[in-house]
Write a protein that binds this ligand. Structure first.
Ligand code: DX5
Ligand code: ZN
Length: 231
């Protein structure tokens, strides 16, 4: 049996979807001292019923921060844009398993030198992700249906989070397991206990008076929850 990998690093990835799009650089500056990842939500009005930003905004933000851009592509044809996101400064891209052509997209992201992420909607089963676990760096379990910030956390996804973490541990894979949607100081605890180690939070960070302090509180809650699991 493969050795169980070390405890994965816990991090909060603030989602700029809930920030003021007119002052993104200022919003990023509020969280940069307390995290090393920024979650960038890309929507095409087709895979999800909403539109957000593309490579030009990523490139503009890149000039303002060294944070790792965790770029969540909620788009139907990500293969067309991966290179543009890499060139704009995305460190990792996450594509949805529901758009298909997963093998080709994973290979393309690797060739481009991107960190490779694979996302699954709340109603997409573990079995759809399982074949890819050994080929990706990150699995994103959506804890809301993608498209909008500020939705309620879907606790039924936690079972999938648990299965992804158990399968990764069983195979000796140091996989990032990310949750996205409805993460706050309460739900972050349940997600951490289930095995998630990257917590995307939009409204629980950028609608708070002090976004940096909100990140620190979320991370503290996640750390305490993981410590509870390990003891
Ligand atoms: C939703 C996006 C999320 C969103 C989460 O489709 O993928 O990243 O920003 O927002 P909250 O944290 O407000 O649920
Ligand atoms: Zn997202």
């Amino acid at each position: 049996m493969a050795p169980v990998p070390d405890e994965p690093e816990l991090r909060v990835a603030p989602s700029i979807l809930s920030a003021d799009f007119g002052s993104l650089a200022e919003a990023v500056a509020t969280v940069a001292p307390v995290t090393d990842w920024l979650h960038v939500d890309v929507m095409d009005g087709h895979f999800v019923p909403n539109l957000t930003v593309g490579p030009p905004v990523v490139a503009s933000l890149r000039a303002h921060t060294d944070l790792f851009f965790d770029t969540h592509l909620m788009i139907t044809d990500p293969g067309r844009y991966l290179e543009a996101f890499r060139d704009a400064g995305a460190g990792g891209c996450t594509v949805h398993v529901e758009v298909g052509e997963t093998g080709a997209l994973v290979d393309q992201m690797r060739r481009l030198g991107l960190r490779v992420g694979l996302a699954a909607n709340p109603d997409t089963p573990f079995e759809a992700i399982e074949p890819w676990l050994g080929r990706v760096d990150l699995v994103l379990c959506m804890t809301v249906f993608p498209g909008f910030g500020g939705q309620a956390f879907l606790a039924e996804v936690l079972d999938k989070v648990r299965r992804v973490r158990e399968a990764a541990d069983g195979a000796g894979l140091a996989l990032d397991v990310e949750v996205d949607g409805g993460i706050d100081e309460r739900t972050v605890v349940d997600a951490a206990r289930a095995g998630a180690n990257v917590f995307v939070a939009g409204s629980a960070v950028f609608t708070r008076p002090d976004p940096g302090a909100a990140v620190t509180r979320l991370l503290g809650a996640a750390r305490r929850a993981r410590a509870g699991v390990r003891t």
